[in-house]
Design a protein around this ligand. Structure first.
Ligand SMILES: [Zn+2]
Ligand SMILES: [Zn+2]
Ligand SMILES: [Zn+2]
Ligand SMILES: [Zn+2]
Ligand SMILES: [Zn+2]
Length: 327
């Protein structure tokens, strides 16, 4: 919040006879005659000379006049010049004496307190209300994924990106279901009751069903049927969808590649899924998304990621692979 103070410099008009030698303008050094001006113990031949002793405006670069504003250590001619220099609200362009920063963008109080998009987390003016009560800004709505075919294409893209991060492709692509928020929380069950429930965007479910046929008390054949489903919140933007899908596909990769070898504690498994998503964000240069993963206060997601990242550093699935196989 800029801290500004108004100042006025009082100029006095003095008029009396002066000895020619003693009195000179403190700026131009010309001799003063008849009437002249004084301010703060100095004499000036004209308003113009006096003005040259005043600070220059940080905005228009002119010398300020009799009254001016000092804000954050800088001087301005007046309110108009001060407002030009102030940051503006991203939405209403109002100059901000009091500023609210959300995801690196600046907002006025009214917009910071108003509704936020479930996707990008930013305040907005134009947008829409989804059936399940989520609010979405017009920018996110433009590319939001509601269509299953579009979702499937993005899931395939996420699988290719996960391969680029880990060097591994899991055997089969899980089924994709785009769901609204209540449905996602329902399938997540217990795991939906997490502190950042509002940010839950995906879930991986794996069911194994073994059917055995026996003859005379002896098992003659056993078939294990595996069904894998990835649930992803409908209406995500392609970027959010990819980050989420990479996380969920990592669950699938772990199930198929490492689960038979090692049973992982939950924070470590979620941490590994966040790790691949975070490495993808770094590759894309999406540092805001990377920071969101890295700084998550959640002990499972944030804590798990930090554990993995501290031990293996960036882009090092090779070492993680070795470690998982020898645990
Ligand atoms: Zn002068
Ligand atoms: Zn100015
Ligand atoms: Zn505003
Ligand atoms: Zn948005
Ligand atoms: Zn997960």
């Amino acid at each position: 919040m800029p801290n500004s103070r108004y100042f006025s410099v009082i100029l006095l008009l003095v008029s009396f006879a002066i000895s020619a030698e003693a009195a000179r303008c403190s700026v131009c050094k010309n001799a003063l005659s008849g009437s002249y001006l004084t301010a703060e113990g100095k004499s000036f031949c004209s308003k113009l000379c006096h003005r040259r002793t005043l600070p220059t405006c940080a905005s228009c670069k002119e010398h300020v006049s009799g009254s001016f504003v000092i804000s954050e250590g800088k001087s301005y001619c007046g309110k108009k010049c001060l407002n030009i220099s102030l940051p503006k609200c991203t939405l209403c362009a109002q100059p901000l004496r009091q500023m609210f920063t959300i995801n690196g963008k600046k907002y006025c109080k009214a917009h910071a307190d108003g509704h936020r998009c479930f996707g990008c987390g930013l305040p907005f003016d134009a947008g829409k209300l989804l059936k399940d009560g989520r609010k979405q800004c017009a920018t996110c709505a433009k590319s939001a994924i509601f269509d299953p075919a579009n979702g499937l294409a993005r899931l395939r893209q996420a699988r290719a990106q996960l391969k680029a991060v880990t060097g591994i492709v899991s055997a089969s692509l899980p089924k994709l279901k785009l769901v609204d928020r209540p449905s996602l929380l329902r399938v997540m069950g217990e795991q939906g009751h997490m502190p950042d429930q509002m940010t839950a965007r995906g879930f991986y479910r794996r069911n194994e069903r073994t059917e055995t046929r026996s003859f005379a008390g002896r098992v003659v054949s056993a078939d294990t049927e595996v069904s894998e489903t990835i649930f992803i919140l409908s209406g995500l933007t392609p970027d959010q969808f990819l980050i989420t899908a990479i996380h969920e596909l990592t669950h699938d990769l772990i199930s198929e590649t490492y689960r038979p070898i090692a049973d992982l504690p939950r924070d470590l498994e979620e941490g590994l899924c966040q790790y691949t998503a975070a490495m993808y964000c770094r590759k894309q240069g999406w540092m805001q998304d990377y920071i969101t993963i890295d700084k998550s206060p959640d002990p499972i997601y944030g804590g798990g990621f930090r554990k993995v990242h501290k031990r293996f550093g960036n882009h090092n699935w090779k070492a993680i692979d070795r470690w998982l196989r020898t645990r």
